[in-house]
Structures are given as C-alpha cells and as structure tokens.
Design a protein around this ligand. Structure first.
Ligand SMILES: *Cc1c(COP(=O)(O)O)cnc(C)c1O
Length: 357
C-alpha cells in the first residue's frame, strides 16, 4: 500500500515496530517519564512560550476542538470563527452546540484570508478567535502571524487548530501569540489515530484552571493536574503514546521541527512540479505544505480515487461534500519519499494512456 491521504498516513518502520509490542500498564514512573518526554518535545516543536503545558487527549482532534470550545469559552464570550471549509465549519457547529456567541467570517473554498478582510472585524469586542491554520479540506494555509497581530491588538484569546499544519508549515506559538495549539497523532506525527495533543500557553493554562466545565472526560483542568505527574485522568491510548514518543525522538534526532517542515515542503514541491504534465489544476490560493488539492479538468475526481485504490494500490484522499467529484487531495505528510511521488505520477500517466483522464 502507498498512502497519500492526509491521515492516517504512513508510519516509519520504527514507529510500526512499537505498535507491534505488548501494551504496558501505565500507572508507573516509566510511563510518566515517556509522557514528560512527549510534553517537552511537543512544547519545543510548537515553539511554545515559557510556562506552556501540553495535555494528551485520547480522542481524535475533533474531541480536542470541542474540549477547547467547552473549557475556554462560555455564553459571555464573543468568538470570531474563520470558516473556509469543512474544518472551519466544525468550529462553527461546536460554538452552536455549546451556546458560545459567535460570528462567522465566511471564505469561499480555496480563498485565503487577507489582512484587509480580517481587520474589518477590528475593535468589535471579540473575546476569542478560532482558526484552522491549514484548512485541510481546501489546503489553504492561513497566516498565523497576521492573525496573531489582530488578536494581540484586540486582546483576543487565539485558538489555532494546527492539526495538519503542525510540523508541516512554519508555526511559532510564542511569536504569533497563540494561546492554544491543537494537533493529532495521525497527521504529520505519522502515528496511528487515537491521540490528540493540546498545547496551552500560560494564559490558556490559567483560563482552563478557572473554567467551570460541565464534562468529566473533557475537563482540561483535570488533565493538566494529572499531567503534573506525567499521567492522564483515565486510561489513555498507551500504545500510541509510546509510538508518539518514538516518532518525536526521531524528529528531534533528524534536526527538529524546522527540518521536518523543510522535508514536508520539499515533498510537496516535488509533487507539484511532477504533476504539471497532467491535465489537472491547483485550487488553493495559499497552499499549505501538507496537502495539494487537485482539480482534474476532464475527469471525475472520485473515480480517480477509486481507480488508484482498486487497480494500483495507491491511496489519495477524496474530498467530501460538494467537492467530491471535482477535487481530490494528495498528502505530503508521513513516511513518503520523492520516489513515491514518481510512482503516483506514473500511475496517473498510465490512466491517461488508458483514456481515463
Ligand atoms: C484532521 C483534522 C482535524 C481532526 O480530524 P479528526 O478526524 O477528529 O482527527 C481537525 N482539523 C483539521 C484542520 C484537520 O486536518
């Protein structure tokens, strides 16, 4: 199998090997040590400010998006949500479910957010902002520094869903002033799904500790308190946390976050050059490194996905909703090489020869 989706993605052999081991009991100093190492490397790679904390949630990243909405905002807030695709829209739905007053900054699919557009919302009393730094459904990368400047000026609590951007696109939590950064195990961390990580800057730690959240499982103050001893309130996905430990150390040994970001960027660039010979168009104005959305000019996007899967053993990522038949996505994250890009392009060229493109 060759997997170019945006998660779950291909794991390294070393990470796979950890997945094949017996899962140990976890209320031990040894497992706490694994968790402390995980926290320290996550804070380092996120470039989190001094005094930040990380919590490891056993849920997919949508669970962490929900936990943040529940723990950081209430009915006294006024939150601005950037909605440029299905992940932005998920934040809108979460605000609706949890009765958080919100305003939607709607962008069309593939459209980037300009400074002029955002500053139209200047000085309007917003207390929070929710954004998906890479809106993975359209592959648009938003400017975390520019949004940070807006949030700082307006004293806004700034939440970054970096689920697919973390370790794929440059992100400096201290520099852009983000209060919260969310990511998940199955994206650039290239581990199986099951764990999502929330990094909280000092202001967010305070906010969460004082929150009155009506939930047992999504109580982040409880998660923070347990993490002081390298533990979680309930049984976590122990095996995946051990795979994350292996992977974070692998990245650290290979030069850290910047080296991994450069690797993903080169993987994306290589693909974007190679695919130019085929009858496809790019759809994103400000493309993120993790994924390239592609519009086939003469063919059905979903049929290309099915054909590659069934007859070539290659997985690309279909799109949902109204983009299902017009756009497919090719991921550049996980254990992939430039030679793998060539294999994919060769398969597409073969389909072209067979009159399918
Ligand atoms: C993958 C992703 C998520 C989370 O999806 P889950 O299915 O809950 O893991 C959230 N936001 C973005 C931007 C993503 O790419």
């Amino acid at each position: 199998m060759l997997n170019f989706t945006v998660g779950p993605v291909m794991c390294s052999d070393e990470v796979c090997a950890v997945g094949g081991e017996q899962v140990p009991y976890f209320r031990t100093p040894e497992f706490s040590n694994t968790m402390f190492e995980n926290e320290q490397l996550m804070l380092k790679f996120a470039k989190a400010p001094e005094g930040s904390k990380a919590v490891f949630m056993t849920n997919s990243s949508t669970g962490s998006m929900e936990a943040i909405v529940m723990n950081c905002f209430d009915e006294t807030d006024s939150v601005l949500v950037i909605d440029g695709g299905s992940f932005g829209h998920r934040f809108v739905e979460l605000c609706e479910i949890h009765d958080v007053p919100h305003t939607v900054l709607q962008l069309s699919h593939g459209q980037k957010l300009t400074k002029e557009q955002l500053f139209e919302y200047d000085e309007q009393g917003f207390t929070g902002l929710l954004v998906n730094i890479d809106e993975t459904s359209t592959g648009v990368l938003y400017d975390s520094e520019m949004i940070g400047e807006f949030c700082k000026k307006n004293n806004i609590f700034y939440v970054c869903d970096c689920v697919s951007a973390f370790l794929a696109d440059p992100f400096d939590m201290a520099q852009c002033g983000a209060d919260v950064m969310i990511t998940g195990s199955q994206k650039v961390l290239a581990c199986p799904p099951g764990i999502s990580i929330i990094v909280l800057a000092p202001g967010a730690v305070e906010r969460v500790k004082n929150a009155k959240v009506k939930s047992m499982y999504f109580n982040l103050a409880d998660a923070l308190k347990n993490m002081e001893r390298g533990q979680t309130p309930f049984t976590p996905a122990v095996g995946i946390l051990r795979q994350i430990n292996k992977r974070l150390k692998e990245i650290d040994a290979a030069g850290g976050a910047d080296a991994e970001i450069a690797r993903v960027a080169a993987q994306a660039e290589d693909f974007r050059q190679k695919i130019k010979v085929l009858p496809f168009e790019f759809v994103s104005e400000s493309p993120a490194n993790g994924v390239t959305p592609v519009h086939p000019i003469n063919a059905d996007a979903y049929e290309i996905f099915t054909e590659l899967k069934d007859n070539y053993g290659i997985w690309i990522c279909p799109n949902g909703g109204d983009m299902k038949n017009t756009v497919f996505r090719v991921g550049h994250i996980g254990h992939l090489t430039h030679a793998d890009n060539t294999t994919l392009i060769d398969a597409l060229k073969d389909m072209q020869k067979r009159g399918m493109l």
